[in-house]
Every structure is written in structure tokens, then in C-alpha cells.
Write a protein that binds this ligand. Structure first.
Ligand code: FAD
Length: 431
């Protein structure tokens, strides 16, 4: 079998792969993306963070998104709302500590990802839809991939560098035995798109994602991500025992999942009220055990981008932002490799990328152990602290100037303690 040659091979045309390709093409490099699906294709993860706007702009991808906002009913987004029983709270991302955009969009990922991929093609990337990577050889200086095309024919392609942006496909982690267990418990998400029927509800703000904590089990939470056309992405996340308690039988048919989802929702009076006119009209799906990690994110001739590396948890909508950040960090290093330089991938890619991921991780852990929920729902929050938290919720997890960036976990605990005491004092004063 003859081996095709190119400069960079990328596996996957999601946000990580498309943005890496766009950046590389604008620097004049030859890029082939092998993508096993045809776009537009469904992907979960519709709520972007303002930090992602910086990376989209840098990759020359922001204009195309902006131009299609109306066509695809992308929803302007400026923050996050939270609901727990009768408690309500929100963060406005425009009021934040870090510099940079404070707004973004909630997007149907099928359209959004397709726009990015089409723009990467417009820059000259060769995207091979319907082609699946079957095997990889990274023992040669220049990696060789075995790919099966749509006709079922196999071919090989060799690049000077390989970027794995295969998301939950996790091609290199699986083929090279790089998987390392996530330290999060296994969680399941059940989700769909709905006709939300939300009209003129004074407490509901379409310009914010709504995160609702399950009233009886604070480990479980719902997302409601409105689009601009009266529809929303709607999902619930919890550990398996929560779903078992509601009678989950292992039947993952759309009908069984919809019945389960509606049964759980009945226990949530405030959210049920918001969605009292909603219509479930799209098959309900489920994903389980999506949190993942790897032993290392790069070697001399390959690097893992986005979800192919580490995926934490959906609660703070960090996935696309991390995917775009990974491309932004990796591409200048790939260029140095192409120029014959030796790159210290650990120092210049893995450490800086993981630094921000660790901050998100601290927030996710603190959310599930209840500390961050107590911060969010505290009626007593200093303005400066709110702005620092707002920055992180807006995705600015790499801003080392943010005082709560360093030792994020410990600092969150301290803030939570302060908020709990302040709330208790307020209650005592009211009585
Ligand atoms: P992907 O977007 O998954 O793209 C990978 C591509 O690789 C796919 O198109 C796939 O077809 C292709 N591929 C896979 N295997 C192969 C192969 N063998 N050969 C060729 N091609 C292959 N993120 C947010 O930012 N906001 C959210 O609100 C949000 N909500 C989420 C909710 C849930 C329940 C989950 C599980 C995740 C959520 N995420 C969210 C995360 C987000 O979906 C991902 O982080 C994001 O899609 C990562 O982009 P990526 O480019 O790394 O991978």
C-alpha cells in the first residue's frame, strides 16, 4: 500500500481539530483532517464561555460564527443563572475580574461545529469526511495512520506531526494505551432538545444558561440552555444510584429515557413551572462515564487536543473552551517542530494547559461537595469576590492575575466558609 504524505494530520474536525487546522493553514502548512462522520452532526455541549471568543478570533473563526448567528438561532449569552429550591442566583459575565469578552452564544453544536470546519476548509484544510482512523504508528519519526474510507477501502497517510482531536473517540488514548482513570465518580447525563414554551416569565433569562440543583439530592443538577428560536437544550447529570432510585432499568431507548426524565422533573417544582408549556419532541439520549484523563498529552511527534486528552465534567461548560485553548497552545509548538526545533511539550504545552484545567477541576469538585453551591446561593457575596468567580465561570481559568486562580481549591473553601457564616449570621439577625 502506498503511503500518502502531508505535513500535519489531524484526527477529528470538532472545535479542537477545526481550530488547529485553521491556525495551521493560515501559517501556510498542509493539513489533512480525517473525520469519521459527516457534518453537520449532533454533538452535546451547546453553552460556550466568553473566553472561547478570544480563541475563535485568534483562529480566524469568529467572523463566520457571527455572520450566522441569526440563521442558526444562536442565543446571545451573558452569564449563568442558578436555582436550588426557592434559592435563585446569577452571575453576569460582563462583571468580571479578567479582561476580555464578557458575552458569547449558546449554539446548536451541529451548526457551530460545521461552520468552524467549513471555515477551516476555506483556509485550505483537506477534511476527509466519512473516513475513520483505524490504527496509528507513532514509533516512526513521522506518524503513519491507517484510515478506512467510505467505500471500505483502507489507505495510509503519514504526517510530520499528528494531532489527535478525536474527542470522546479518544483514538490515541485507546490505541497507545494512554488512558488514565478520571478521579471523578462515574456520572450519567440524560438530555434532549425541547420546544421550551417559555414566554414572558419574569424570573427566566434566555441570555443565561440555567443550572438547577436537584432539590433533594444536591449531587444532581439540570442544565437548560436556550437558543434564540424558542427551543432549548435540556439535560440532567447525576450518579447512577440517583437514576436507579427513580427506576432506571438499563433501558436506553428514547421512550424509556424520556419517561425517566419527566418523572425526575416532577420532583422539581420551580423548574417544572419554568417548563410547564414545554414539549419533548426530540429523542432523549444518554451518555455515561464521559470524564476521562490520559497519562500524558504529547510526545515528540503527536499531541492530544480537547476531549481526546482530559474531560472533566459538563457543569461549567468548559469543554469547547478547553478544546480551543489546547489548539491555541499546541499550534505554535507544532510550527517549531516543523522548523526542526526540539520542543519541550511537557513544559510548553501540558503544564500550561493543565494549569487552567486544574482551576476548572477545583470548581467542579467544589460544586459536587456542596461548597461552591453555598457560595453561588449565598446572599452575602463581596463584589470583588463575585467578579473573580464570574471570571472563572466565564472561562478565564488561565488568568494568573485572578487572586483565586492560585490554590483555587483552598481559596474556594475559604470563600465557602465565609459565605456560610455570613448567611448564618443573616438568618440569626432576621429571627
Ligand atoms: P469533538 O467535538 O467530540 O470532536 C471529535 C471529532 O472526532 C468528532 O467529530 C468525531 O466524529 C471524530 N472522531 C472520533 N473518532 C474518530 C476516528 N477514529 N476517526 C476519525 N474521526 C474520529 N462543552 C461546552 O463547552 N459547553 C457545554 O455546555 C457542554 N456540555 C456538555 C454536556 C455533556 C453531557 C458532555 C458529555 C459534554 C459537554 N461539553 C460541553 C463538552 C463538549 O461537548 C466537548 O468538550 C467538545 O465537543 C470537545 O471538542 P473536541 O473538538 O475535543 O471533540
Amino acid at each position: 500500500m502506498s503511503i500518502q504524505q502531508t505535513e500535519i494530520v489531524i484526527i477529528g474536525a470538532g472545535p479542537a481539530g477545526a481550530s488547529a487546522a485553521a491556525l495551521l493553514r493560515q501559517k501556510g502548512h498542509q493539513v489533512v483532517i480525517v473525520e469519521r462522520q459527516h457534518f453537520p452532526r449532533f454533538s452535546i455541549g451547546e453553552s460556550l464561555l466568553p473566553q472561547s471568543m478570544v480563541f475563535l478570533e485568534e483562529a480566524g473563526l469568529l467572523d463566520t460564527v457571527r455572520e450566522h448567528v441569526e440563521e442558526f438561532a444562536f442565543q446571545y449569552k451573558n452569564g449563568a443563572s442558578f436555582l436550588r429550591g426557592q434559592q435563585r442566583s446569577f452571575y453576569d459575565f460582563r462583571e468580571k475580574f479578567s479582561d476580555g469578552p464578557g458575552t458569547t452564544w449558546q449554539v446548536r453544536r451541529a451548526n457551530f461545529d460545521h461552520l468552524l470546519a467549513r471555515q477551516a476548509e476555506a483556509y485550505g484544510a483537506d477534511i476527509r469526511y466519512g473516513h475513520e482512523v483505524l490504527a496509528v504508528d507513532v514509533d516512526t519519526a513521522q506518524p503513519i495512520l491507517t484510515v478506512r474510507d467510505e467505500a471500505g477501502e483502507s489507505y495510509q497517510i503519514q504526517g510530520k506531526f499528528l494531532l489527535d482531536a478525536s474527542g470522546f473517540g479518544r483514538v490515541l488514548p485507546k490505541l497507545l494505551d494512554l488512558e488514565s482513570p478520571s478521579d471523578f465518580p462515574i456520572r450519567r447525563a440524560i438530555f434532549t432538545h425541547i420546544e421550551d414554551g417559555i414566554n414572558d416569565q419574569p424570573d427566566f433569562d434566555r441570555e443565561k444558561i440555567l443550572i438547577t440543583v436537584h432539590e433533594k439530592d444536591h449531587r444532581a443538577w439540570y442544565w437548560l440552555i436556550p437558543f434564540a428560536d424558542g427551543r432549548s437544550s435540556f439535560g440532567i447529570v447525576a450518579e447512577q444510584d440517583f437514576f436507579d432510585h427513580y427506576g432506571y432499568t438499563g433501558d436506553d431507548s428514547a421512550e424509556a429515557l424520556e419517561a425517566l426524565f419527566k418523572k425526575i422533573l416532577q420532583d422539581e417544582p420551580a423548574l417544572s413551572q419554568v417548563l410547564s408549556q414545554a414539549k419533548f419532541d426530540t429523542p432523549v439520549r444518554t451518555l455515561v462515564g464521559y470524564s476521562a484523563n490520559v497519562k500524558h498529552l504529547a510526545a515528540d511527534n503527536y499531541a492530544l487536543l480537547g476531549n481526546a486528552g482530559e474531560f472533566l465534567d459538563p457543569v461549567f461548560s468548559s469543554g469547547v473552551t478547553i478544546a480551543l485553548k489546547s489548539s491555541s497552545l499546541a499550534v505554535p509548538l507544532v510550527e517549531r517542530v516543523l522548523q526542526g526545533e526540539t520542543v519541550n511539550w511537557m513544559q510548553d504545552y501540558e503544564q500550561p494547559l493543565r494549569e487552567g484545567i486544574q482551576v476548572f477541576r477545583a470548581y467542579v469538585e467544589s460544586w459536587y461537595n456542596g461548597e461552591f453551591q453555598d457560595v453561588v446561593f449565598s446572599p452575602k457575596q463581596q463584589v470583588q469576590i463575585r467578579e473573580m468567580i464570574s471570571s472563572l465561570l466565564a472561562g478565564y481559568a488561565w488568568d494568573v492575575n485572578n487572586p483565586i486562580h492560585k490554590n483555587a481549591k483552598r481559596r474556594l473553601s475559604v470563600i465557602a466558609e465565609y459565605c456560610r457564616e455570613a448567611s448564618a449570621n443573616m438568618l440569626a439577625l432576621e429571627q
